[in-house]
Write a protein that binds this ligand. Structure first.
Ligand code: ADP
Ligand code: MG
Length: 263
């Protein structure tokens, strides 16, 4: 069965897009067919493959709002990797749907409704999400089977974590009984920073208490890595296999598959 994995949290800059695109890179190398669904109007998923999001004739917006077939918008960006792209049009999604509730009586299930027919064409679907808990994120949580939550250990990170976990709980109850928390992955970690290890410890205790997986793999902070990625026009996992940071994405993918085997 196709895994539909949302990369969700209400925070920005915590590596949602990096995880989405680098995991897609890992899967593509393993011969696993991936669809990236970008739902963030910044369109960074396509940018990671060197494509300008403003140049797409059709995006997820046209699929969700005007009912175009997802196949008309999906493009292949690499071997085994397709993208359903997003761009600035999606900034109007909430307004356009909520002001026309007569045409869209079930606003949280638009992704379910329009994307379900293509799910079985892929082995894995990874959904990149915007940094908030609005209508778009709600659609994602109604559609996905699993949620991977990036967690940057900073002062207020536990508050955000509690919020996204509560949102997942609510969507599970109301719209999507199949939804589960795949796990939490710590990102942008500097192990030498006392605050980081302290907050990670707090997060670990919290996860144990709730029976949620905190993956052993962490994605370390590396400014050099970030600037090299910006140059390539491809996710790092498809360009620079010797980089220790790239290895962390392979480790994460491995842990994620072990989690499924255990179920
Ligand atoms: P989000 O999608 O959650 O907003 P991104 O994946 O876009 O986050 O990452 C935020 C920024 O961090 C980007 O500019 C990206 O290039 C940079 N970045 C990616 N990986 C790392 C890393 N390991 N260390 C430091 N910066 C990183
Ligand atoms: Mg992003």
């Amino acid at each position: 069965m196709t895994r539909v994995i949302a990369i969700s949290t209400n925070k920005g800059g915590v590596l949602k897009t990096s995880i989405t695109t680098n995991l897609a890179g890992v899967y593509s190398l393993e011969g696993i067919k991936v669809l990236i669904i970008d739902t963030d109007n910044q369109g960074n998923a396509a940018l990671s493959f060197g494509l300008n999001p403003d140049n797409f004739d059709m995006t997820i917006y046209d699929v969700l709002v005007d009912g175009f077939s997802p196949k008309q918008a999906i493009i292949e960006v690499h071997k085994n990797i397709d993208i359903l792209p997003c761009n600035d049009n999606m900034a109007l999604f909430e307004f356009d749907i909520l002001t026309k509730m007569d045409q869209h009586p079930k606003p949280f299930t638009l992704m379910q409704q329009h994307l379900e027919p293509i799910v079985s064409e892929y082995d894995v679907i990874i959904i990149d999400t915007p940094p908030n808990l609005g209508l778009t994120q709600g659609n994602v949580l109604s559609f996905a089977n699993e949620v991977l939550i990036p967690f940057q250990p900073e002062s207020y990170s536990m508050r955000s974590l509690v919020k996204i976990l509560n949102a997942i709980d609510q969507f599970k109850k109301r719209y999507n009984p199949e939804l589960s928390v795949l796990g939490i992955v710590a990102t942008l970690v500097d192990r030498r920073t006392y605050l980081h290890s302290q907050i990670l410890q707090e997060c670990r205790a919290y996860c144990i208490n709730l029976g949620i997986t905190l993956f052993d793999t962490i994605i370390p902070r590396s400014v050099r890595f970030a600037s090299s990625v910006a140059m390539e026009g491809l996710p790092a996992t498809l360009t620079d296999k010797n980089n220790p940071l790239v290895a962390s994405y392979f480790d994460l993918a491995k842990e994620m598959s072990e989690y499924v085997e255990k179920e």
